[in-house]
Write a protein that binds this ligand. Structure first.
Ligand SMILES: Cc1cc2nc3c(=O)[nH]c(=O)nc-3n(C[C@H](O)[C@H](O)[C@H](O)COP(=O)(O)OP(=O)(O)OC[C@H]3O[C@@H](n4cnc5c(N)ncnc54)[C@H](O)[C@@H]3O)c2cc1C
Ligand code: HEM
Length: 399
């Protein structure tokens, strides 16, 4: 339990965290990775270097400082982070490492001494917050292992099939090497894939959403050619190769099996979780509208699959958007509109805006959509999102 004085000391440090949080966690990561380079097996090096991971941690610390007397309010955010932690195999023994380097960075960046009251308060608070994560993550891991066919950490899968969906999207189908049945997962969840890249001292871990509904014998992911790992998967992975894969995690799933309308808004590789979600909504007889934008050569990648969904969904709409479409119209059931996804277009499609809204794409796209939806008076609690570059501070502030 924190004392009232400790809580006040932490609350008073909130403005400093807001102003200097990114600097703090950048120093923290640099020092921690220097002393524990093995953590690069779990962290995405690009997210560390481009600042998205430091920003996500800084945002969480800031929110923790603001809510230190009512940490339960942060539980949904904590659960979302815990899903990511379980997916990247964070261990309870690693919390003291993070705690030590975080406090050392606070001393360095904020100029605090070992005996400073603010530092001592954060030390106590870190232990409380770490224990919340450790407890939730232990429950999630136990739940994973308990399921029939479930496993801890990663297990080997064989790449069965590669399918070129469009010039920059390839689907990968892979099956467990031990041929066991796959545990149930929810549409919208993601897995962590570990790739042994030539010349890299550590494995490269990346998350990929499952791009279809549950199937007992295989996972399907769809990868956009983008950088280091995705290019390797596209160019070097051959059918028959082995990949190490985590169990599915994540909370970007349909809220409840209600009859409320569902709006799915995506761009680029953000289409991947939407494929399973749209099929689930169709299966649940929920009215749905899916809006997806991508480059001209990629936007129709899943058109045939979407046509198939719409044949059994009289209340469903799927709209593909690209400004370069020669004209707007329908091929069969899928609509094509010559536009980008902007406020006037969204307003015209969602009308009164009753229902649940799901947004997926790059952090910039996700943030823009959230701002538009909020401007259209969609309540915060009805907006759900997955940002493929990590949940940045700005996104946490707008939702
Ligand atoms: C929950 C979740 C689900 C995801 N699902 C999918 C999915 O279904 N499909 C999918 O394709 N992706 C998905 N992603 C993204 C995926 O995890 C990878 O981030 C993506 O494949 C890029 O990884 P990479 O190693 O190829 O690129 P990286 O090498 O990590 O580069 C990432 C981006 O940063 C740019 N970049 C790299 N270095 C620099 C630099 N120095 N300066 C400027 N720019 C730079 C690259 O050009 C690239 O655009 C998901 C991410 C998350 C968090
Ligand atoms: C209380 C302590 C911690 C907090 C507040 C915290 C916070 C976060 C946040 C906000 C994210 C981003 C989540 C997302 O993108 O959805 C994250 C991801 C991550 N965390 Fe933690 N974390 C903590 C402890 C740890 C520990 C002990 C480890 C172990 C090494 C760890 C390793 C990771 C990794 C590997 C990722 C994924 C990063 C990536 O590749 O993008 N975290 N954490």
């Amino acid at each position: 339990m924190l004392s009232t004085d400790q809580m006040n000391a932490i609350k008073q440090s909130a403005p400093l965290l807001k102003a200097e949080g990114t600097k703090l966690v950048t120093v923290f990561y640099q020092n921690m990775i220097r002393q524990h380079p093995e953590l690069l097996n779990q962290f995405n090096k690009t997210n560390l270097m481009n600042g998205s991971q430091p920003e996500a941690l800084a945002a969480t610390l800031y929110q923790a400082a603001l809510h230190i007397d009512r940490l339960a309010d942060l539980l949904p955010a904590v659960k979302q982070i815990a899903h990511k932690h379980v997916s990247v195999m964070v261990k309870k023994e690693q919390y003291p490492i993070v705690g030590y380097h975080l406090l050392e960075a606070m001393k360095e960046v904020f100029g605090l001494s070992e005996e400073d009251d603010t530092l001592l308060a954060w030390k106590a608070a870190y232990d409380i917050i770490a224990n919340i994560f450790i407890t939730i993550e232990a429950e999630m891991m136990a739940e994973n292992v308990k399921q029939t066919g479930g496993w801890a950490d990663v297990k080997p899968f064989i790449l069965k099939k590669k399918k070129q969906e469009s010039p920059s999207l390839i689907s990968f189908y892979f099956v467990p090497e031990d041929e066991s049945e796959l545990p149930m997962y929810e549409a919208g969840q993601y897995i962590t894939v570990q790739v042994d890249m030539p010349g890299e001292a550590y494995v490269c871990s990346r998350q990929y959403s499952l791009s279809d509904q549950y199937h007992p014998s295989y996972y399907r992911i769809t990868v956009k050619r983008d950088g280091h790992v995705s290019t390797f998967l596209h160019d070097e992975m051959r059918e028959g190769d082995i990949l190490h894969v985590s169990m599915p995690q994540g909370m970007f799933c349909l809220q409840d099996d209600t009859k409320e309308p569902v709006y799915l808004i995506s761009a680029g590789s953000g289409v991947t979780p939407m494929i399973g979600l749209v099929k689930t909504a169709s299966h649940n007889n929920q009215p749905f509208t899916m809006i997806h934008a991508d480059r001209l050569e990629d936007v129709t990648a899943f058109e045939q699959e979407f046509e198939h969904v719409l044949t059994s969904s009289p209340e469903g709409r799927i709209i593909l958007c690209n400004e370069q479409f020669e004209k707007s119209g329908k091929s069969e059931l899928v609509e094509k509109v010559a536009t980008r996804i902007d406020r006037p277009f969204l307003q015209s499609v969602i009308g009164e805006g009753k229902g649940q809204f799901y947004v997926c794409g790059s952090p910039a796209f996700t943030q823009e959509m959230i701002l538009i939806l909020k401007a259209l008076d969609i309540p915060e609690e009805n907006i759900h999102f997955e940002a493929f570059g990590g949940q940045s501070m700005k996104e946490m502030e707008v939702v």
